[in-house]
Ligand binder design. Structure first.
Ligand code: FES
Length: 502
């Protein structure tokens, strides 16, 4: 986000009519808008915040069909053919990025690299051997190895050749420039708060501006206009990320992810002075569960400094992903929203290839072509209900637990302690006039108070101490300390309270 020099765009000023409206400007939204504009449609992109400032702006930019150990899971849950189609479709997306960046002359620091899923403990070896077999059977150039470029020994790894890494926002800047050159429009600071599907569809924004569109693509990470069918099939997690320059000789020469407790993901990207920017990810947690994220950053930093001595961490951030309960992303027509509303979500942290794949799949459906990839990603699929039922039920249990138990806790005996005892940087949920209230004390000692009831479906938010945000455990909405929306599916801010009345 620092180095992409993205253009800026004005909010949507009033009523407009288009062939296609795309909600969200991450890799799904901008790629879909560009694909649709290329077919001759008039297109508008509506972005609540800044261009690619959401999940895509926080990705580590791996462009690979190796998704940790997904092929073993797909093979057992969905069969060999599904694993094959998954690998083919993700690989096609990778090739598409290469071709489009060449066609448009986009310098997006695209580097071909092998991808590795590794383990350091011998207990993980059998699973990785099976993953290597499943990956090969799915058509990837995969092998089981015991040597990697990492600066520590591994017990084993699955190596997949000829994958890629890139600067995703540089790529999207190229797409945005070309989209605008083709007559497409982009509006930032324009939150769509209502979608009425029909022929045409009608969108209403937070400023009251409206869009009439023959078709709509909902590319908002979590599908904000779905309250049931897709929402209940998605789970959220958040990963911490740190980065800092290392000498080029410390570049491990690939993209790495471990599959053990204490997951670590590593890659580097080029810096102008010849060094490499080391990017390390890990310490995954469910947003809204009150995790001590400061401690998580400290563990991540200690790990990076142990294995890459001399690295100075210059940046840290976090990235939020959602996963479907049956492992496969949800891409295609949005169930319950007619024939002309499309959705793409549930990439499980692999949204770079998944997002590009989604955009090309939606464009194919709009052109009237067959369901791409044999309906593998169809959001209306029934799939393998028995095999995915445990994950689905666990997700529903967790959500139900937060909805009921968290509320009882907050309305009970005030166990979270009084707001006055908060130290600078801390936050807690307290009772105020019988309602749960989220209170934070800033570094200047001032209290900030907002309703703790998430405006999506009413679960209670919890404090993230490193990011200083309020997060909802049910579907991952995130809010600033004064209640502003940082991440959906919530469409309204948390109501502000007067801290003097606590
Ligand atoms: Fe759904 Fe909060 S209740 S995100």
């Amino acid at each position: 986000m620092e180095t992409a020099a993205l253009p800026s765009f004005d909010p949507l000023p009033g009523a407009t009519e288009v062939d296609a409206a795309v909600i969200g400007s991450g890799i799904v939204g901008l790629s879909a808008a560009w694909e649709l504009a290329r077919t001759g449609l008039t297109v508008v992109v509506l972005e609540a915040d800044r261009l690619a400032g959401g999940v895509t702006g926080h990705t580590t930019g791996k462009l690979t069909a190796q998704h940790a150990s997904v092929y073993g899971t797909l093979r057992s849950e969905h069969g060999e053919d599904a694993a094959l189609r998954y690998a083919e479709s993700q690989s096609a997306a990778l090739r598409h990025v290469v071709e489009v960046s060449e066609e448009l002359g986009i310098d997006c620091e695209l580097e071909r690299r092998p991808a590795f899923t590794y383990c350091v403990h011998p207990e993980g070896v059998d699973g990785l051997r099976a993953e290597a077999d499943a990956s090969r059977a799915a058509g990837l150039s995969a092998s089981f190895v015991t040597e990697t470029g990492l600066p520590f020994p591994v017990a084993g790894a699955v190596r997949v050749e000829d994958q890629a890494q890139f600067h995703p926002l540089a790529y999207l800047r190229g797409l945005a420039d070309d989209l605008v050159a083709r007559g497409g429009r982009i509006h930032e600071g324009t939150r769509v708060t209502r979608l009425d599907h029909g022929n045409p569809c009608r969108l209403t924004t937070d400023s009251g501006a409206t869009v009439s569109a023959e078709l709509v693509v909902v590319a908002t990470h979590h599908p904000v206009f779905d309250h049931m069918l897709l929402t209940t099939r998605l789970t959220q997690h958040r990963d911490l990320v740190i980065a800092g320059p290392v000498p080029a000789r410390q570049d491990p020469g690939g993209m790495y992810i471990s599959r053990e407790n204490g997951k670590r993901s590593v890659r580097t990207s080029p810096l102008a002075d010849g060094r490499r920017l080391l990017i390390v990810t890990g310490e995954a947690f469910t947003p809204g569960t009150g995790e001590d994220t400061e401690a998580g950053y400290a563990r991540l930093q200690a790990w990076a400094q142990q294995h890459f001595p001399g690295v100075t961490i210059t940046h840290r951030w976090a990235a939020q992903d959602n996963s479907s309960t049956d492992t496969l992303p949800l891409i295609g027509r949005m169930p319950t929203h007619g024939e002309n509303v499309y959705v793409a979500t549930g990439f499980a942290g692999w949204g770079m290839t998944g997002g590009v794949l989604a955009a090309t799949a939606v464009a194919a459906l709009v052109r009237g072509e067959e369901e791409p990839w044999g309906g593998l990603y169809d959001p209306g699929r029934v799939g393998s209900p028995l095999r995915s039922a445990p994950t689905y039920l666990k997700a529903q249990w967790e959500t139900g637990k937060h909805f009921v138990k968290d509320r009882l806790d907050a309305l009970g005996d005030g166990t979270n302690g009084p707001a006055e005892s908060l130290r600078p940087g801390e936050g807690t949920v307290v009772r105020a006039g019988g309602s749960p209230c989220a209170v934070h004390r800033d570094d200047h000692g001032r209290l900030h108070a907002v309703s703790a009831v998430c405006t999506h479906l009413g679960c209670l938010v919890a404090f993230n101490n490193a990011e200083r945000t309020w997060e909802c455990p049910c579907h991952g909405s995130r809010f600033g300390i004064d209640g502003e929306i940082l991440q959906g599916p919530a469409l309204s801010p948390l109501e502000r309270h007067d801290p003097d009345e606590l």
